[in-house]
Design a binder for this molecule. Structure first.
Ligand code: ATR
Length: 278
């Protein structure tokens, strides 16, 4: 069998997903291709999706700006996708399109790959930001058994909305200014906004001087891999977790949904790092 996978979004010409999935296909000896289907904002979205159905695509990823819009085109949604209200992976199961969200669980997998025993310490987590990425990570962590997750955001109402998506455990909503002051209460601090992304390399969402020395500091920005936020954390003696690994693990979970095959990410994070640092 030859598989057809792909990615929809806009703009996506520079996406790393084709590279990642090609590696996965080689590793699992699956033959197939992973195509870029850029859908212009003016295009008929419904028609673009029915074209993918006509091609009998086996599965596709969905990225910005279509992660929510795709939902109306699907026949079913899995539990994570429902809670998050966004889809990043679609499986074509004999003509039926089923939506999943592997962003949050991919994040958790990347974290636990780097810090295997972290969950057993019952860590207190702080999410910085309350956009789509934070929503995915919040639900991924909660459904994996992380119960103490607070959210700090510039707009408190947005954080409140995320809290409503999953009522397991406790969640406090605080301002970014308050987060700076109480940082020493947290074992894991996750930066989920685009602050610090190229070309704004000097930008940092909060100051970290009150961080615990053994805390894990995580940034989902991967361009650059070492953001100013992570540089400061490292200089203060904290542990760091880099954003490009989340990209690999959300892809690994998507590949598993499409093919039922387990693929080992192995040293792909180092290869991806080389590509990103180009
Ligand atoms: P995504 O879907 O990629 O997470 P998003 O939905 O636009 O992106 O969310 C962006 C997040 O980054 C939000 O939490 C936003 O804060 P607001 O909710 O107050 O808008 C946060 N954000 C973006 N730029 C920021 C900045 N300069 N300072 C603080 N927070 C910022």
């Amino acid at each position: 069998m030859t598989y057809l996978f792909g990615l929809i979004g806009y703009p996506i010409k520079h996406s790393l997903s084709p590279w990642i999935h090609k590696q996965f296909m080689e590793k699992t000896k699956i033959s197939g291709s992973y195509e870029i289907y850029e859908i212009d904002l003016e295009e008929d979205f419904n028609k673009a999706i029915s074209n993918l159905r006509d091609k009998q695509i086996n599965g596709f990823n969905v990225t910005v700006p279509y992660k929510e819009r795709i939902i109306d085109e699907l026949d079913e949604l899995d539990e994570q996708a429902k809670r998050i209200g966004a889809v990043n992976t679609v499986l074509n199961k004999e003509g039926k399109l089923i939506g999943y969200n592997t962003d949050g669980l991919g994040y958790v997998k990347s974290l636990e790959n780097a810090y295997p025993d972290i969950k057993s310490t019952d860590p207190k987590v702080l999410l910085l930001g309350a956009g789509g990425a934070a929503r995915g990570i919040y639900n991924g962590l909660k459904s994996s058994g992380y119960l103490h997750i607070d959210i700090a955001n510039r707009t408190l109402e947005k954080a409140e909305k995320i809290k409503q998506t999953n009522l397991l455990g406790e969640t406090e909503i605080i301002t970014l200014e308050a987060a700076e002051q109480v940082l020493d209460q947290y074992d894991i601090i996750i930066q989920t906004t685009s602050v610090g992304m190229k070309p704004h390399l000097e930008k940092q969402i909060i100051k970290l001087d009150k961080i615990k020395s053994n805390a894990i500091t995580s940034d989902i920005v991967y361009q650059p891999i070492m953001t100013q936020f992570l540089k400061e954390a490292k200089a203060l003696g904290a542990n760091i977790h880099t954003g490009h690994t989340m990209l690999l693990y959300q892809a690994e979970l998507a590949f598993n949904i499409w093919t039922n095959k387990q693929v080992a990410v192995g040293n792909m994070d180092l290869k991806l790092q080389t590509i990103l640092e180009g």
